[in-house]
Design a binder for this molecule. Sequence first.
Ligand SMILES: [Mg+2]
Length: 464
Amino acid sequence: MGARQGAAAAAAPMPTPPLSSQRLYPNLLDHFDAFAASAAGRRVAIFLDYDGTLTPIVRDPAAATLSPAARAAVRALACLFPTAVVSGRARDKVEEFVRLPQLYYAGSHGMDIVGPSEKKEAEEGAARVVGAGPASPPSQSLAFRPAEQWAPVMDALHARLAVDLKPIPRATVEHNTFCVSVHYRNVDPSRWDDVAAVVTDAVAATPGLRASRGRKVLEIKPEIDWDKGRAVAHLLAALGLAECDDVLPLYIGDDTTDEDAFKWLADREAAAREREAGEGGAPDAPSSASPASRPCALTQPPVRGAGVLVSTRPKPSAAAWSLRDPGEVLVFLSRLAAWGATPASGWHAAPACTGWTLAAGDARVGSLPAAAAGGAGWPPPSPRASEGPASPSTASAPGRPPRPPGGRGGVGGGSRAASGSGAPSPRGGTTDSDATSAPAPAAAAAAAAAAAASALGAFAAGGR
Ligand SMILES: [Mg+2]
């Protein structure tokens, strides 16, 4: 992405996406002004996938480092809005990549959630969002690990796969705490079936696991009612933002598992519009509308949140907007931060909002009349110049948050096949080259066990 990542790129004209892409999901950069108009006077909450969203997909997963420009853009956003990274990676890995202690992190596809820790702040002088308005104080029990009891199972699975995949050159297995990822991007295509067979056998041998396919990766997770959509719901609830009409969540992601968050937001949006219509507001498309038939965001900007699909080509998705690649994501985040730091954004002027408070130095952001008027001290300075590595997990397991209104049955609702053995979301069928070239079902393994066959079907139909 190179040139797109510099400050100069932020001002460069954006390429026009293909017409088919615009019809499915309007490009968010093309319609930034419309988005900004819909977000004015409201608090934007930003949720970001990592691989393929903040960074390009690379051959070596360990080399997916965050560029300084992207880190600066995310840091600037975190000074203004609650900002979270929601990744399939182990949380400590993604924290190490991002190195911004101001953020909220949800690793293992949302199964390992923490907020900015007091320990980190004390040690590193980090800025932290600590306030969300007088009527909605943030929860002090934000950390959540719904798959904690699965840790030994995932340890054993990782150990098994490390052995079983050894005969397949360049197949790698990554332990992501509550999920295990098998990467086949560097494997000769003639061996992809062998990779799928190994994974299928391992899943079949361990009750309660399910497998799905991402971008040249097979993901194995506990079959629990939790996904990235539930993680977003948890974070909004824990921050006291779930029922605030002046909050606009935005989730940006590129892969199949991000669809769970897109869908949760789309359902939330549809429920809000139905309520609005019932109260005499403008009628809206029914909640059952397919993604392709949903109204263009240019004419109907989101009122309760939206997903943003990162993709260079149109594909079925529950997202409302699109960005082409991590380069465009960076440009969008930079524009959003610049807009959010001006009085034009108006979010700090909302009656219910006292703004976000930065813990370090008592520097308050937002809701200050002088700031809203563009007075001294506005926009606020960057919280700090350096970020340290992530600290060890301090997550605990408080009670599960209430299920979001309009949400589907989590993973078990729309994602699992009727067999219940772990097939991924049927929404995940896409045209991405990473997906269409994934391992084909392995006949021998399918004959060995029905569960194995189900898992392979997941690979064939579920990924991007
Ligand atoms: Mg991704």
